[in-house]
Design a protein around this ligand. Sequence first.
Ligand SMILES: C[S@@+](CC[C@H](N)C(=O)[O-])C[C@H]1O[C@@H](n2cnc3c(N)ncnc32)[C@H](O)[C@@H]1O
Length: 391
Amino acid sequence: MNELSNFTKELKLSLESNSLIRLILSSPDNKTGNLNKITVRTIEIKNKSALSFLFTYKNKTITKNLNIEESISFIAELFGKSFTDCVLFTTENDFSFRRTKKGKILFKKLKPAHAGCDFSMEHNFKKTKIIKVENNIYLERLAVVKNGRVSDGMSGKFKQINRFIETIGELIEGSELIKQDSMNIVDMGSGKGYLTFAVYDFLINELKKNVSVTGIELREDLVEKCTKIAFECSFENLKFVQGSIESQTVSNCDILIALHACDTATDDAIYKGITSDSEIIVVSPCCHKQIRKQLHITGELKEITKHGILEERMAEMVTDTMRGLILEAYGYKTKIFEYISDEHTHKNLMISAVKTTNKIDKDEILKRLTALKKTFGIEKFYLEELMKSNL
Ligand SMILES: C[S@@+](CC[C@H](N)C(=O)[O-])C[C@H]1O[C@@H](n2cnc3c(N)ncnc32)[C@H](O)[C@@H]1O
């Protein structure tokens, strides 16, 4: 048996036994252009197992889902021809494969890096579960879990929580924060606290960090409810504060989160993140009214605005592109991507920003922002105005 078939055998086995957690193809040879890495994980589409491929290019990421049969030959071909490293993470063992210049495949069996995590089937869907359901007080109180199982109708929410935590974990791993033992996190517009509790739980119990997490929320009833649950969980350094995002004074913040805060509240959160020098900023925008009202498009692009839904999507794209530019201009490596499939929520776009030490040509980036505004007839971009007010 040649070693590529050994690779294919381990891959098939991990899929048949539902033990595959993740597969990463890296170290591309020069045939892949700007494609740097492919991350593959298991998902469930209409009750059938499938694999989700995240293609990471130099400046973008693309997700593609394939069924299991076509995935196996696709992965083997990618590893055999285009990538020299592949790591297969399973619940039993991890496997590292390296293709040498002469085409020989070196193979190592390693201890499982994700041992102890719960990756079992739950409610007929299979996926990586970082957040455990057993004895999980906050998920029970928030009705995501009932009697130790994900509640009916809450599998999408549970998946969203796990995917978000996975994203936060990856961002921390790729930032200077991984070296810190303690960190401060602010979650703006924390709502019912699903993600706030999960972030605290993950950082304390999985990453073993000494964290302090604060949820900021307008609604007093939600603040009271979350405070009570935090007490029941003995989450001592998790607190919820009633107030608006815009009125908060934020300092000493390492990670700023704002998921689905309405309209310009997302801009206020980004502003607080930049001005408090947060290492990581993660936002998932909600509605985009501020720019939609101002769009004044001429020329061929006007065709798009004939259809309300397309105009709305255009406003979303323009707003988030401008947010990305502001983050880049102020020293953040920024990515915009779908963090979860849109079958669970259509508010699935995420802007992640990690502070970079790379040299930034702020003026050049702001010129690009001005040109973009001109193309779309935008007079004022709220976040840009906030940044100007800080000068
Ligand atoms: C759609 S919920 C999202 C909750 C949570 N971030 C999540 O993704 O599960 C938005 C929450 O943000 C709060 N919110 C909206 N605008 C706010 C503002 N300006 N300041 C503080 N909270 C705000 C709302 O009350 C609501 O609870």
